[in-house]
Design a protein around this ligand. Structure first.
Ligand code: NAD
Length: 428
């Protein structure tokens, strides 16, 4: 197999983007620490399959618009690929390739029998009606039929997609098969085989990991002042969980901007407000601040739960939090990681911290395949056990090798999947 400099002609690869390069750069830093063979590493630098489709949609006005759609499957070494579908104006093949690679490490870190995938449609979901979104989702699913399946590739919600999107995907797939196939997607409504607790799983899992980290650092979670960027599925639930555990949430934000109150915000009321109005834009809690200001507020715990690329070389020196928590995927750049490590600010990395979502998705898939459903308490307890086990392996590895928690998480995940690849070998 070619050596990396020859093989990595990134400029010629269709998925080459800054985010994909960042995912590969993180992987390259982890390879020597993980101690895996270079030809094994070389296979894992590339997604197995990258699909681009064009999706014609009849808009309410009668006009037809064609949207680009993507699905990237990074690794099927240990099982079907698994990953979210996002609707966003900035989705690209390269963004999906990076996120799919991170999903592989996340699944293997959690010891779930999946590889990573990610997909999305480049569109403005907030400017589309429910009917337009339904037609978009059904046609996107139809275009993906040759490459998805309960044993091949299983979708889940991500940015601007939700239970309803998954219900449309499940229905579209099932209509082609002639019978209900709930296990084709996760994060769907409970009435069609969804799992209780899936909706809250990522945000609740974030706080389970934060709580474990506080225990290791000797901090009492209930005494911490927390700031949360992003108030959607992950950030909204994480804020509620932090509040319920007695921590003070002093600022939250969504795409419209932030709200700040040094004495702590009334999170349940804000959550209700956002649910009713769709955003925090016109709410009058606390003082209004910008998202940039929010990131630099003085606090103990800063939860990043909006999107990628939020802490970078420019703002990392000004961060005043004592711990950073990645609820979103890829919110901290490589340069920022180095600055934060230098400053002694621990970063709880995305592939560990937001893994509650895919873990409960795995539980949902297992329940669907077995047609046997578990209670909320059973699921919460199984999730806590899985996350705690992964957290302890990451923390111990990072301490033992004197590396960041991100490096610990990547090394733990990459080792699992490379061991499986070496056992299987390369076909033919
Ligand atoms: P969501 O669409 O429900 O919420 C995103 C939130 O971020 C919204 O409140 C939005 O207004 C806000 N936001 C967007 N851009 C912003 C900006 N520039 N500044 C501040 N806020 C901004 O999406 P989600 O499901 O909560 O996903 C958030 C992140 O978590 C994404 O990176 C996603 O990939 C990741 N994630 C989600 C899950 C899940 O189960 N939903 C699981 C793992 C990882």
């Amino acid at each position: 197999m070619a050596s990396p400099p020859e093989a990595l002609a990134h400029a010629q690869l269709e998925w080459d983007t800054p985010l994909y390069r960042m995912a590969v750069a993180q992987f390259d830093q982890a390879v020597p620490v993980a101690g895996i063979a270079e030809d094994t590493a070389e296979r894992l630098r590339y997604p197995e399959r990258s699909t681009i489709v064009s999706i014609p949609v009849r808009m309410d006005s009668g006009r037809r618009v064609v949207f680009p759609g993507y699905r990237v499957q990074h690794s099927s070494i240990t099982g079907p690929t698994k990953g979210g579908i996002r609707y966003d104006a900035d989705v690209t093949l390269g963004e999906c390739a990076a996120l799919a690679m991170w999903m592989t490490w996340k699944c293997s870190l959690l010891r779930l029998p999946y590889g990573g995938a990610k997909g999305g449609v480049r569109c403005d979901p907030h400017g589309m009606s429910p009917g337009e979104l339904e037609r978009l989702t059904r046609r996107f699913t139809s275009e993906l039929l040759p490459i998805i399946g309960p044993q091949e590739d299983i979708a889940a919600p991500d940015m601007a997609t939700n239970e309803q999107t998954m219900a449309w995907m499940m229905d579209t797939y099932s209509m082609q098969r002639g019978y209900a196939v709930p296990e084709i997607v996760t994060g769907k409504p409970i009435s069609i085989g969804g799992s209780v607790f899936r909706h809250e799983a990522t945000g609740a899992g974030v706080v389970m990991v934060v709580s474990r980290a506080c225990d290791r650092l000797g901090w009492a979670l209930a005494e911490q002042r927390c700031v949360v960027q992003g108030f959607g599925n992950v950030g909204g639930i994480a804020s509620l969980e932090l509040h319920a555990r007695g921590a003070s949430v002093t600022a939250v934000s969504d795409v419209s901007g932030g709200r700040h109150s040094p004495d702590g915000l009334d999170v349940p009321s804000l959550f209700e407000y956002a649910r009713e109005h769709g955003s925090l834009e016109n709410c009058d809690a606390g003082e209004r601040i910008s998202n940039d200001e929010l990131l630099e507020l003085e606090c103990d715990i800063l939860v990043l739960a909006a999107r990628e690329d939020q802490i970078n070389a420019e703002n990392a020196p000004h961060i005043q939090a004592r711990m950073i928590v990645e609820g979103a995927n890829g919110p901290t750049s490589l340069e920022a990681d180095a600055v934060l490590w230098e400053r002694g600010i621990p970063v709880l990395p995305d592939i560990l911290t937001n893994a509650g979502g895919v873990t409960v998705s795995y539980f949902e898939w297992v329940q669907d395949l077995g047609r046997l459903f578990w209670t909320r308490d059973e699921i919460r307890a199984k999730l806590e056990a899985k996350l705690s086990d992964a957290f302890d392996r990451v923390w111990d590895l990072a301490e033992e090798r004197n590396v960041t928690l991100r490096m610990g998480a990547l090394v733990a995940g990459i080792r699992e999947v490379s061991e499986a690849l070496e056992a299987r070998g390369i076909f033919p």
